[in-house]
Ligand binder design. Structure first.
Ligand code: ATP
Ligand code: FE
Length: 335
């Protein structure tokens, strides 16, 4: 089975070709234009997708060394995401499937962040069912009980900001450019995680809250700057390490509770923030510390990519879950 997968939910235009669960190509065109605005501008994102989509798909097919005629199906991101961005990918996928007379497969982006673990990669084990998925990204923070490829239940989620937003907004306060998450990570590696203490939110059950942390950081920085205008510059690494440490603690507290409540000890992380080096190492350490089996995706399958859309496409192909050209994009969808 050869699947062409297209991802265009936010600001990256991505295409991949899979042969069964093997990735033959995985191409991403990043839209750097948003950096100067400090966040993704939807109108600019959809325009850039229109420019990028044909060359990106062309590159994915060439790199995979296959022709359009060999494709078994086309998979695309149905949602959640920015409507204008989603429409570029879905319109292309529909026309392509129609022209080639092959099945069309709609994929939930959050579903794909989880099933990315089922891509066949040397050195990466696949989880077995049931497992818990912690999806941490720019728009979501969820703990999901995964019982089968298509049987997933959200058992906890953020009540306000997503963890990616917590990283990006904290970074903004520190004067770092958008998206700040990767920069906080980079600086944190050189800093002391216990240099500064930020209080953790008290949220009942398995839900999260991150908006208070951002405010706490803002007040902390403002106060310190009154005494020393160069406070941020002089303590950048320690501040980043402390912020990251607090975020990791919040995530780990909830994971421990989720394991306790469900009795499931396999944990897989997914989504852009699972690229974070501190989160990756903490999860790996949890294996010895708590007797968990943890799954950390290959780096290129953490932030938005089309290979993860392709692996869901492959699973849906096997169970014949196809759509007609009448299928619509959705800015918000549940599992
Ligand atoms: P969603 O998947 O919820 O629709 P999205 O697709 O926009 O949102 P992703 O691409 O999955 O988000 O993740 C992007 C987020 O990941 C950004 O907030 C970015 O700052 C964050 N991120 C990426 N790398 C790192 C890192 N190393 N450390 C912390 N955060 C990171
Ligand atoms: Fe994403």
């Amino acid at each position: 089975v050869f699947i062409l997968a297209i991802e265009s939910s936010c600001d990256d235009t991505a295409a991949a070709v899979l042969h069964n669960d093997n990735v033959l190509s995985n191409v991403v065109a990043n839209q750097l234009i948003h950096t100067q605005y400090g966040g993704v501008v939807p109108e600019l994102a959809s325009r850039a997708h229109q420019q990028n989509i044909v060359p990106v798909i062309d590159a994915a097919l060439k790199k995979a060394n296959i022709t359009k005629e060999q494709l078994s199906a086309v998979a695309f991101t149905q949602g959640p995401g920015l409507m204008g961005s989603l429409l570029v990918g879905s319109s292309f996928a529909k026309s392509f499937a129609l022209a080639l007379q092959i099945p069309l497969i709609a994929v939930n982006h959050m579903h794909a962040h989880i099933l990315a673990h089922f891509i066949n990669e040397e050195g990466f084990d696949k989880p077995t069912f049931p497992f818990l998925a912690l999806t941490i990204s720019g728009g979501h923070t969820q703990i999901v009980k995964v019982e089968d490829y298509f049987k997933m239940t959200i058992i906890g989620e953020t009540t306000d900001d997503a963890v990616g937003e917590a990283f990006d907004k904290s970074a903004k306060i520190l004067g770092l450019p958008y998206p700040g998450g990767p920069l906080v990570d980079k600086n944190a590696q050189l800093g002391n995680p216990k240099a500064f203490k930020f209080t953790k939110p008290k949220v009942p059950g398995l839900d999260f809250s991150f908006s208070g942390l951002k405010t706490a950081i803002l007040y902390f920085v403002q106060k310190q700057k009154l005494q020393n205008p160069d406070f941020i510059a002089e303590n950048m690494n320690d501040i980043c390490a402390s912020i990251q440490y607090t975020i990791i603690e919040i995530l780990m507290d909830k994971l421990k509770l989720a394991v306790k409540e469900t009795g499931i000890k396999q944990i897989a992380i997914g989504g852009g923030v699972s690229a974070n080096s501190g989160i990756r190492s903490t999860l790996k350490e949890a294996e010895a510390k708590y007797g968990w089996k943890t799954f950390v995706p290959k780096f290129e399958y953490t932030t938005d990519n089309a290979a993860m859309i392709g692996i869901v496409g492959y699973q849906k192909f096997l169970s014949q879950q196809f759509e007609s050209a009448a299928v619509v994009s959705k800015a918000r969808i549940q599992f």
